[in-house]
Design a protein around this ligand. Structure first.
Ligand SMILES: Cc1cc2nc3c(=O)[nH]c(=O)nc-3n(C[C@H](O)[C@H](O)[C@H](O)COP(=O)(O)O)c2cc1C
Length: 303
């Protein structure tokens, strides 16, 4: 059988397994369409909130010596309602809408805005490490995770993904609570809380002091998380964190992921990276005799 890189993340079917991660290229539909034409199986929007958020003052992003970035943009976004208005009824790009909020009612309100829009899935940001009362602060609270996931699942029939990250409590508790509350899939992971200090000014570089580390340095951590989740649960997983080559993507499949997301790698390679990775995965499958991504998913757990 000819190999195919089409994949399914539970009920979410994608022609290609490499997606754009949230927050990397904003919410422009023109950009999303270009990424889709360049081989992205789906695009995830910047996380959207009930009202527009301004974000933090500069500096908000810092390039780390040896690779990677630390960012604290502060989840700046125009608000869910403003973005929903821009989606055309006949748009054909698979869009995953990322939502961020503090309480179940925030998510309920935002879902209503997208009721008549073509949305492939929702991704709940339970893991941003640098904004108070949302993201990781929610992900670290099992009661809130349960309430939010249950509410979202009762409000929409569109598949819902929980994006988890490394907070102060075990992310595996967040994963378990989300699964017990009916989540359809997990994205792992978000950026990892980090900081940088300017030795001349003798102060933190980012205006928010702390930010999130992304890119190559976090790949082994993200891979470990995907492997741990897939070892403990039968749930579709999207791997995210430091992926920039087809070999990276294949590692995540072998650890148990059914798809991957690219963030920081896009800054270095721009849109050509999607097709490069798709081609590399296909050639690897031909060489190893795998027909589907599903056949590869989790193979590293045999040993
Ligand atoms: C500038 C920037 C903004 C981000 N904004 C968001 C966001 O709004 N929501 C979210 O869930 N993740 C956000 N992330 C995290 C990424 O989606 C991704 O999880 C993380 O960068 C790890 O992937 P990478 O190493 O491929 O970049 C952002 C990352 C960066 C670098």
């Amino acid at each position: 059988m000819e190999p195919s890189i089409a994949t399914s993340i539970g009920k979410i079917q994608l022609d290609k397994p490499v997606m754009l991660a949230s927050g990397i290229l904003g919410i422009s539909l023109d950009v999303f369409s270009r990424l889709h034409r360049s081989g992205a199986g789906a695009v995830v929007t910047k996380s959207l909130s009930t009202a527009p958020w301004e974000g933090y003052p500069n500096p908000t992003i810092f390039s780390v010596k040896g690779g990677g970035w630390i960012n604290a943009v502060g989840l700046s976004n125009p608000g869910a309602a403003n973005f929903a208005k821009t989606i055309e009824p006949n748009q054909n790009v698979p869009i995953v809408v990322s939502l961020v909020g503090s309480v179940p009612e925030d998510f309920e309100t935002m879902l209503k805005e997208f009721e008549n829009c073509k949305v492939k899935a929702y991704e709940l940001n339970l893991s941003c490490p640098h904004v108070a009362k949302v993201g990781l602060e929610v992900g670290d609270d099992p009661g809130l995770v349960k309430a939010i996931v249950s509410t979202v699942k009762n409000t929409t029939n569109v598949p819902v993904i929980a994006k988890v990250g490394l907070g102060t409590s075990s992310y595996l508790n967040t994963v378990k609570t989300a699964i017990d509350s009916g989540i359809d899939a997990i994205t792992a992971i978000n950026t990892v809380r980090a900081m940088a200090i300017d030795v001349n000014l003798q102060r933190p570089i980012l205006s928010n002091k702390f930010g999130g580390l992304s890119g190559t340095p976090i790949k082994p951590i993200a891979l470990r998380c995907v492997y741990e989740i897939s070892s403990q649960h039968d749930i579709p997983i999207i791997g995210c964190g430091g992926i920039s080559t087809w070999e990276d993507a294949v590692e995540f499949f072998l650890a148990g992921a059914s798809a991957v997301q690219l963030g920081s790698a896009i800054g270095d390679n721009w849109v050509g990276v999607f097709d490069q990775i798709n081609q590399g995965i296909l050639q690897y499958m031909e060489k190893k005799g795998h027909s589907t991504i599903r056949e590869m998913a989790g193979l590293a757990k045999r040993s």
